[in-house]
Design a protein around this ligand. Structure first.
Ligand code: AMP
Length: 407
């Protein structure tokens, strides 16, 4: 499956058609007020395009994790209101606990070209996450064409991301999803080289397949964060109280051997910022010392890369034409332990304007880049942490595989 050949909203004839758009409106809410509108803003281009084309635009999304069906605090009603304000036109909210019930059917039946309806939280139907047929058919019965613009949910085979497509003739990607596929797809299928990938974060066990797959694709792998210490121990290092996963030592040895056989470089920290105890709370003041990453005292733990490593990693990044970054270099939630993550973010930012592509794979690295003020210097910050990781693992995302290829 190529990620780069999917039918998009530009390839469909939406005039007068009922188009069901799976959006990612999973926004944070506090007392019914939306506290971060980024996901709503990100959905606007596709919605606006379909309105302009004269489609009947039916939107759906999940919000939070309701446990056993409808829960008022997870209603999408606040999103309908905000969306209406942003679009400058009415968004009819179909308040059905069954998502596709009498309200939704009546609202859709009354639609004129260019109208917008938002359905209730798809997870109000417990079958949603089980990809059940009845709800998939219900969703499909409302529309002629399906568009998926929710990259963050593309790694999940749910009714609203996968099941529905079996009962709809045409299924395409929206602009937000298209942008994700363009950048992430190009990076993993057709990268400009040198291609450097940077992996960090807490546990090596969470990213085993990512390391393996990216080692095949990239020219150079930089490993920082907590996961580096298992690699360093595998090389014979003394890692003190650092986050080491003894069960994965052999895996790390295999990866180091594999890199050698493939002629690829793996860069690991040469020095570390160490402390006596994990800060509690996480942003509490800490006093750090810097030591050789392979000689960490028994009563200390490495919680960030040191200054020499920052320079080493920045130098490797400097020559890159494609960079993918997933996972912070240290405990970036603490200002004293955010320096390594900052240095890597700065090195990526310095590629801005050189023609290199810099991609942040969602989750914590995206948060770090935003928090450190470098967001506008990156080529692409993925909206899907889990989905982008699965792509980096080389997996086929079910929510993309089920969409039509271009004719
Ligand atoms: P992940 O979700 O795997 O990307 O991990 C992100 C988390 O890893 C962040 O909360 C960091 O605080 C944590 N982290 C990064 N470096 C280390 C380290 N050296 N030791 C412990 N935790 C770390």
């Amino acid at each position: 499956m190529s990620l780069l050949n999917k039918k998009t909203v530009d390839d469909i004839n939406a005039k007068g058609k009922r188009v069901l758009v799976r959006c990612d409106f999973n926004v944070p809410l506090k007392d019914g007020v939306i506290t971060d509108e980024n996901r709503i803003n990100a959905a606007l281009p596709t919605i606006q395009k379909l309105i302009n084309d004269g489609a009947k635009v039916i939107l759906c999304s999940h919000l939070g994790k309701p446990k056993n069906g409808p829960e008022a605090k997870f209603s999408l009603a606040p999103v309908a209101k905000r969306l209406s304000e942003k679009l400058g036109k009415e968004v009819v909210f179909a308040a059905d606990d069954t998502v596709v019930g009498d309200n939704a059917r009546a609202a859709v039946a009354a639609m004129k070209d260019g109208d917008v309806v938002l359905l209730e939280n798809t997870r109000f139907r417990p079958e949603e996450t089980k990809n059940g047929e009845a709800f998939s058919k219900d969703l499909a019965s409302l529309c002629d064409i399906y568009v998926n613009d929710a990259f963050g949910a593309a790694h999940r085979a749910h009714c609203s991301t996968v099941g529905v497509t079996a009962f709809v003739k045409e299924a395409a990607v929206g602009y937000l999803m298209g942008k994700e596929l363009k950048y992430l797809g190009n990076a993993v299928e057709n990268p400009a080289r040198p291609f450097v990938t940077i992996l960090g974060g807490a546990k090596v066990a969470d990213k085993l397949n990512v390391i393996d797959n990216l080692l095949n694709k990239a020219d150079t792998l930089i490993i920082g964060g907590g996961m580096a210490y298992t690699f360093l121990k595998a090389q014979g290092g003394k890692e003190g109280l650092s986050l080491v996963d003894d069960e994965k030592l052999e895996y790390c040895e295999n990866m180091l051997d594999k890199a050698e056989i493939l002629g690829k470089e793996i860069y690991l920290p040469v020095d570390s910022a160490i402390v006596s105890a994990f800060p509690d709370p996480i942003d509490a003041p800490v006093t750090v010392e810097y030591v050789d990453s392979k000689s960490i005292p028994d009563d200390k733990m490495g919680l960030d890369i040191g200054v020499k490593t920052q320079e080493l990693f920045a130098n490797v990044i400097k020559g890159a034409k494609t960079v993918i970054w997933n996972g912070p270099m240290g405990v970036f939630e603490n200002p004293t332990l955010a320096k390594g993550t900052y240095a890597v973010a700065e090195a990526l930012a310095s590629l801005h304007g050189t023609g290199a592509t810099t991609i942040i794979g969602g989750g914590d690295s995206a948060a770090a880049v935003q928090q450190l003020g470098f967001a506008d210097k990156m080529t692409h910050i993925s909206t899907g942490g889990g989905a982008s990781l699965e792509l980096f693992e080389g997996k086929v995302l079910p929510g993309i595989a089920c969409l039509n290829d271009k004719d």
